[in-house]
Design a protein around this ligand. Structure first.
Ligand code: PLP
Length: 232
């Protein structure tokens, strides 16, 4: 059977090959290991193989993992990448280092107020709805600047960039268009604000296309930890 250590190495190879193919330095594409629904023992295996950043989707599950691992592995960086309701913001503000799915002022405001004083500002990305479909979460590209301006006023939040979950890979042409518009918006933000260095896009299926289009952080779950029973 292929192990998590081997799958992690294969995933890092995919990133490296894609970066080389598109004339990018592989070091500019970070791997976020998405461990949702997977046991703590899997996270420890990936950690021991060198992985230091992990993404979780569900507040309660994520907080349990952070609490179980943070004293023994204080150098793990925890990223919240799921959708967040306002009654759960406090847990994320208290336990996570990053939050990728910000799309409302109300949530930004609560995270800012609930971030503990002894912690560094919470790193945040604004989630963009690249397909424009009403059922999808995230802001339209033209709505991004207003929220970015708002976040700049929040001293306990640090805006790092944009995050997206684009259309499925089966429509490559559509996906490509979405990714091009997203990366243009990212470059605009970099000119307008300080500290913008993160374009969080790319999953197990579309990692290469994301790297081609400027991703600086790919969020990879199943390619490292295996298929999930409960999909999301
Ligand atoms: C589950 C999930 C991922 C990882 O997806 P894989 O296809 O397993 O790589 C990445 N980003 C988000 C927001 C997710 O919910």
């Amino acid at each position: 059977m292929i192990t998590i250590t081997q799958r992690l190495a294969q995933t890092l190879d995919r990133i490296k090959l894609a970066a080389q193919k598109y004339q990018r330095d592989p070091a500019t594409v970070q791997l976020l290991a998405v461990s949702k629904t997977k046991p703590i023992s899997d996270i420890i295996l990936a950690y021991k193989a060198g992985q230091k950043t992990f993404g979780e989707n569900y507040v309660q599950e994520g907080v349990e993992k952070v609490q179980a691992l943070s004293s023994q592995y204080p150098d793990i960086e925890w990223h919240f990448i799921g959708s967040l309701q306002s009654n759960k913001t406090k847990e994320v503000a208290q336990h996570f280092d990053w939050m990728h799915t910000l799309s409302r002022e109300k949530i930004a405001n609560r995270l800012n107020e609930q971030r503990p004083e002894d912690k560094t500002p919470l790193n945040v990305c604004i989630q963009v709805n690249t397909s424009g479909e009403e059922t999808k979460s995230g802001l339209l590209l033209e709505q991004v600047d207003a929220l970015a301006d708002f976040i700049q006023q929040c001293s306990n939040l640090k805006l790092r960039g944009l995050m997206a979950i684009p259309s499925r890979k089966d429509n490559t042409e559509k996906l490509n268009k979405e990714l091009i518009l997203l990366s243009e918006k990212f470059k605009q933000l970099q000119h307008k604000y300080q500290n913008i260095d993160t374009l969080s896009v790319g999953m197990s299926q579309d990692l290469e296309l994301a790297v081609e289009n400027g991703s600086t952080m790919v969020r990879i779950g199943s390619a490292i930890f295996g298929e999930r029973v409960q999909t999301n």
